[in-house]
Each structure stands twice: as structure tokens, then as C-alpha cells.
Write a protein that binds this ligand. Structure first.
Ligand SMILES: [Zn+2]
Length: 189
């Protein structure tokens, strides 16, 4: 028997100036990642878990405060990616460093999302787990006890951006599958 409910803080990107590539239907990173988080919430609200979420009016210091006050089990930043020259594509999940206790969940989420990624037979898309070593605040243990930053795919790559737009539900399902399994979340009866 679990004596305490798992607490997950969803932190969709606030980068509204990161625009999707023309012709993809991807508006901007903030809007698209919020739509993805809506789908994640739709799934997780059927489970015995306490959900939190950022807002445009709040900042990293606020989320970090909640993290410590509420003893958040997982701080999950959800972003789309961009690259100079728009040539990169694929999935990444960022954690603090290679010794982080976040590795196994990060890998699980990565594997689930990558398994439904269409070009997953192309090694350049298999970007894997990345280590921020303090460079990303949302993976940094100084701010968040258990944080990671998923980069779903590239908003400046046409195939990637189109994939996110048209597979939001499935991407949410893949992320939730990893969370439900890792935390052994039970359905609310
Ligand atoms: Zn981003």
C-alpha cells in the first residue's frame, strides 16, 4: 500500500517566440507544448496522482518553491527543439548528469516516445539522454529534487513539427505510459 500520492509537476515550455517551421501547422512552442500537456493531464487525471502545472505568469523560482514545499516527485519540463540550420531531428531527454537518479525514468520516457517516432530507424534521430550539468535549471537539483526536460522533437524540422501536431494524443499516451509504469499509478475507481 502506498501511503502517499505521487506528485507530478508539468512544466510546458513558455517559449512563445519559438515558432514552428512554415507549412507544419505548428504554431509556437508554448502553445503546442501546452496542448500536449492538456492531453497528458486528460490521461493522468484518471489516475491516483496529484498534478501541478506551471503558468505563463510564474517563474522558475515559483516552481522551485512549490517543488520543495509540496515535495514534488517529478518536475517534468516539456519542450520542442530547434537547431541552427534546421537540420536536426529526433527526440531527446535531458537530465542533470550521468549519475542522476532521474536516469531510469528519463530513459523510460525517452524509449516510449522514441518508439512511436516515425523515423526511429534513422540513427541521427536517436538522440537519447543528454546531460545538462547545471546548464538547464529545470534539471538542476539546486532547483528541483527530481527534474528532467523532454525535447519531444524539432519544431524547426518539417517532418518533426508535423508529427507533433498530428500525434499529440499518442505522444501524451507514450509519456503517460512511462509515468504510470514507473510510479505504479493506479486508476481511480
Ligand atoms: Zn524549448
Amino acid at each position: 500500500m502506498k501511503n502517499r500520492k505521487i506528485r507530478i509537476f508539468l512544466s510546458p515550455s513558455r517559449q512563445k517566440y519559438n515558432l514552428g517551421i512554415r507549412g507544419s501547422g505548428y504554431t509556437n512552442e508554448m502553445q503546442e507544448m501546452n496542448k500536449l500537456c492538456d492531453e497528458i493531464e486528460n490521461i493522468l487525471k484518471k489516475y491516483d496522482v496529484i498534478l501541478y502545472r506551471n503558468s505563463y505568469e510564474t517563474f522558475i523560482e515559483d516552481w522551485s518553491k512549490i517543488n520543495h514545499e509540496e515535495c514534488i516527485d517529478l518536475h517534468l519540463a516539456i519542450h520542442s527543439n530547434g537547431s541552427y540550420g534546421n537540420w536536426k531531428k529526433g527526440v531527446e531527454n535531458w537530465i542533470h548528469d550521468s549519475y542522476s537518479n532521474t536516469y531510469s525514468l528519463a530513459k523510460k520516457i525517452y524509449d516510449e516516445v522514441y518508439s512511436i517516432y516515425p523515423a526511429n530507424n534513422n540513427p541521427i534521430t536517436n538522440r537519447g539522454i543528454k546531460y545538462a550539468n547545471g546548464f538547464l535549471a529545470e534539471t538542476n537539483p539546486a532547483y528541483f529534487s527530481f527534474g528532467m526536460n523532454l525535447e519531444v522533437a524539432y519544431h524547426d524540422n518539417l517532418e518533426d513539427a508535423k508529427w507533433i501536431v498530428s500525434n499529440r494524443k499518442d505522444i501524451a499516451k507514450a509519456i503517460c505510459k512511462a509515468l504510470i509504469d514507473y510510479y505504479q499509478l493506479e486508476k481511480i475507481k
